[in-house]
Design a protein around this ligand. Structure first.
Ligand SMILES: NC(=O)c1ccc[n+]([C@@H]2O[C@H](COP(=O)([O-])OP(=O)(O)OC[C@H]3O[C@@H](n4cnc5c(N)ncnc54)[C@H](OP(=O)(O)O)[C@@H]3O)[C@@H](O)[C@H]2O)c1
Length: 315
């Protein structure tokens, strides 16, 4: 599989990153191990998690996903750890103060059972903490060898530009990678603002919700379908409207004309992968079958007419 360089970093990743929010949530440990093994078998090499995952589930406190990945890494051993680009995040809860970042990184390393995080994201901006303090904490972790690269998630264009300017100073990390929400349904925030900053600054870009939490697979087509997944209620609230249905209809058409066995999920991922500035979409899977389907998107090339049809439906 052709790898892509993540912006100005030395990280080389397959053109699809495996999302890890499902591990310990909608995928139990045994299934998660199988999905992670299948990730490697199908040529993917990057996995994205966060210290927060999956704190939104009753009885969970966050760290469940990192623990599952850590147990898998411990079982598979150092050779597998060496092949993986391990991505996690800090500060969705608890902010981005120096003390919180340094403590949270130690806790993530313990749960992940590793000595380094390859890419460490500020999960969302923290208006209470000066950006300089946040970037100094990231730099400290990089100097200590506990983190290799820093990234920003959920920043708006102005916040990102300011963070990059602050990161140019000595003693501060520069955010080298951006993790925005971006998919066929949610386009404007990225395309109308963030994209110009990412392009100008040569950032690596790994968008999340590449499948709109499953909606863009086309599995939700009637009211009854929303009971199919723990994600169903959220999907219905956000995407079940005329525009959403138009996008799924376009995905169906493009998939049918792209060749036998091509699915809407694969079309949605291939479209996003080839958007300007995107390095690789992030998507999760709750079974090996789903993983196999989305991994195959790495080989799918869409022609101009297909892209135009998708742009028309989602614009
Ligand atoms: N930075 C941030 O703030 C942020 C926010 C959200 C997510 N993320 C990252 O992005 C990753 C992906 O997000 P996400 O998992 O929420 O959404 P997603 O990738 O858009 O949707 C994935 C979900 O769709 C379903 N699915 C996947 N492949 C399928 C297939 N072939 N057929 C049918 N259904 C399929 C699965 O859910 P079901 O089987 O349950 O239907 C799967 O969990 C996360 O794991 C996380 O790493 C980051």
């Amino acid at each position: 599989m052709q790898h892509r360089t993540l912006g100005t970093t030395d990280l080389e990743i397959a053109p699809l990153v495996l999302g890890g929010n499902v591990f310990g949530w909608t995928a139990d440990e045994k299934t998660s191990f199988r999905i992670l093994d299948a990730m490697l078998d199908h040529g993917l090499n990057a996995v994205d998690t966060a210290d927060l995952y999956s704190a939104w589930v009753d009885g969970h406190e966050g760290g469940e996903s990192e623990r599952v990945i850590g147990a898998w890494l411990a079982e598979r051993g150092p050779e597998v750890r060496g092949r993986i680009v391990l991505i996690t995040k800090v500060g969705y809860e608890g902010g981005l103060s120096r003390d919180h970042i340094l403590e949270a990184a130690e806790a993530s390393l313990r749960r992940l059972r590793t000595d380094r995080i390859d890419l460490y994201f500020s999960h969302k901006p923290d208006p209470e903490t000066p950006i300089e303090e946040t970037l100094e904490a990231h730099e400290r972790l990089i100097e200590q060898g506990k983190v290799r690269w820093a990234g920003a998630s959920n920043y708006d264009a102005d916040g990102l530009a300011a963070a990059l300017e602050a990161g140019a100073a000595e003693g501060r990390a520069r955010y080298a990678v951006l993790q925005p929400e971006y998919n066929l349904y949610a386009r404007s925030e990225y395309e109308d603002g963030l994209r110009a900053v990412a392009e100008r600054e040569d950032l690596g870009v790994i968008p999340y919700f590449a499948l709109a939490a499953g909606f863009l697979t086309g599995k939700y087509r009637s009211e009854e379908d929303f009971s199919k997944s723990a994600r169903g209620a959220g999907v219905k609230k956000r995407y079940w409207n005329d525009r959403g249905r138009r996008i799924v209809a376009a995905l169906d058409e493009v998939a049918a004309s792209a060749g036998p066995g091509v699915t809407p999920a694969q079309v949605a991922l291939a479209w996003l992968r080839d958007r300007p500035t995107v390095t690789a979409p992030i998507a999760s899977a709750t079974s090996v079958g789903q993983l196999e389907e989305i991994a195959a998107a790495c080989e799918l090339e869409l022609d101009e007419a297909a892209v135009a049809r998708l742009d028309e439906a989602s614009g």
